[in-house]
Every structure is written in C-alpha cells, then in structure tokens.
Design a protein around this ligand. Structure first.
Ligand SMILES: [Zn+2]
Length: 157
C-alpha cells in the first residue's frame, strides 16, 4: 500500500493537479507539511506564496516554518475553500465527505471506513488542518490533533 502524505492524499482524492512554479535548488522540506523535497524536484519558492504576507495566521502549525519552499501537494490546497468549506471532513481515496453534524462524527467514530482514510474537524475558524492530519491505516486507532493515539470506541479524545 502506498504510504500517503496528508496533502497528497487529499489532493489525489479530489483529483486536483499538483502545482509547482520552480524546482528546488537543493534538498529541503516543505514549509507546511514538512515532507522532503529533493534537489531538482518541483516546488514553489516561499516568495511566490503569501506565507509572509501577514494573512497566514496559522504559522505555528507549519511543520517547517523557516523553510523556503512549498511542495506541489500543499500549494493547491492552500486556499480559503479548504479553510471554510472543507473544515470538517472525512477523506478517502474516493473523495471528501463532510462531517456536518455530531451524528456524522459519531457515525464515523463508531464505524470508520476502510483504510486508508483521514478525518479532521476544526474547532476554530480557518484552521489549516490537512497537513497536520495523519493518514490512518488502522481502523482501530485515531488521533485527535496533538492528543495521544486512542481507540475510537473509547471516545476519549
Ligand atoms: Zn507540503
């Protein structure tokens, strides 16, 4: 099974093409997801993004906040659409499904889908959650933000 990085998993589930404006001049890591970017690989320089424009208010959650490049998977997901419309989602290889109510969340926790999947629920406005959410390969384990791994049946997180 292909080990997915969260941004790649979501981008592929939605059928969105990767975006890159340059190639990396050296081995580095993505500002947002922290994944490795090899020298010569497609990426986008920090200066070509609005990372430093003062409008990005989730800098502490960036995995490599002092980095200089974004990977081709993160850049197409860095839009208001993902902060507002896709803030509570279940993501599978078949697509993204809204977790719109407490009943939806309970249904997901009690009967998770086939793996791999990822799910995230924002608890504040405009949170950047995709690159912080691990792709789940085990239906018996989940993680709630920075909480330790726990069982969905225990619902302690
Ligand atoms: Zn990335």
């Amino acid at each position: 099974m292909k080990p997915y990085r969260p941004s790649a998993f979501v981008r592929e589930a939605l059928g969105i093409a990767p975006i890159a404006m340059a190639v990396a001049p050296y081995d580095t890591h993505c500002i947002l997801c922290g994944s490795g970017i090899s020298a010569g690989a497609p990426c986008t320089p920090r200066a070509e993004t609005n990372f430093d424009a003062g409008t990005f208010n989730d800098v502490p959650s960036a995995q490599n906040r002092t980095g200089s490049f974004l990977c081709p998977d993160c850049l197409p997901l860095w839009r208001k659409e993902f902060l507002q419309s896709y803030s509570k989602m279940l993501v599978t290889p078949e697509g993204m499904f809204k977790i719109a109510s407490n009943l939806d969340a309970a249904s997901f926790l009690l009967a998770p889908p086939e793996t791999p999947f990822m799910a995230y629920i924002s608890n504040a406005q405009q949170q950047h959650l995709i690159w912080r959410t691990p792709v789940n390969y085990s239906p018996s384990a989940s993680r709630c933000d920075s909480a330790p791994v726990c069982s969905p049946s225990a619902m302690t997180c």
